[in-house]
Design a protein around this ligand. Structure first.
Ligand code: DX5
Ligand code: ZN
Length: 214
């Protein structure tokens, strides 16, 4: 499986977001990672569906929308309508029954359903819902902020998940070319990165280095 690189716009300059998005698109990004935070599930607030709708207009890249919010089931309709291609919900915020209840919206909207787990959440929690998920997002930092240090506990989780799950395995948090090789070897197929990509002086090279490190 070709590894997909997903720049996270959390580290972009929001005063010229369209330019920032075009920059990573031209540099070879495969997806655009969009972080949605509610100030409850995580101690930070970002953007909502209104902005996602605007982002949809300025890029052809698939939008990989990461919901770090409580009660995600109340908001998936809006994010699907806004033009998301992939939407991730956290297993800490929704149970199997909740996922079953929203699954049909994803199928109808042709949107991929991702389920994520925090560094402190055991893989067992995800194993119960693997059949409902199109992809799994393994957090390698505690969600809330860009620019944190990679937590290596993500690696054994990815290795174990790779043995039992056929779909994409995404990893998010503290990723640079220094850890991307290990992540790819462990079985990750999508790498989300904010600071490393947006702060790079040569974004194309940064993306190539991440992808080729495996
Ligand atoms: C963290 C977000 C990440 C973050 C990644 O809560 O979900 O997507 O933007 O940023 P870096 O790569 O700087 O850790
Ligand atoms: Zn994210």
């Amino acid at each position: 499986m070709k590894v997909k690189i997903a720049p996270s716009i959390l580290s972009a300059d929001f005063s010229c977001l369209d330019r920032e998005i075009r920059k990573v698109e031209a540099a070879g990004a495969d997806l655009l990672h969009v972080d949605i935070m509610d100030g409850h599930f995580v101690p930070n607030i970002t953007i909502g569906p209104v902005v996602v709708k605007c982002i949809r207009k300025v890029t052809k890249l698939p939008l990989d929308v990461h919901l770090m919010i409580e009660n995600p089931q109340n908001f998936v309709d809006e994010f699907i309508k806004a033009g998301s291609d992939m939407i991730t919900v956290h297993i800490e915020t929704i149970d199997r029954q909740g996922l079953e209840a929203i699954k049909n919206k994803f199928v109808a909207g042709n949107v991929k359903l991702g389920v994520s787990l925090n560094p402190g959440t055991p893989l067992e929690k995800i194993k119960e819902v693997l059949d409902l998920a199109d992809f799994i997002l393994v957090m390698s930092v505690n969600p809330g902020f860009a620019g944190q240090e990679f937590i290596p506990g993500a690696l054994p989780k990815i290795r174990e998940l790779r043995r039992i799950f056929k779909g994409d395995i995404s990893v998010d948090g503290g990723i640079s070319d220094k850890v991307s090789g290990e992540l790819i070897k462990a079985g990750a197929t999508i790498l989300a990165a904010g600071s490393y990509i947006f702060k790079a002086s040569d974004v194309k090279l940064a993306i190539e280095r991440m992808r080729d490190a495996g």
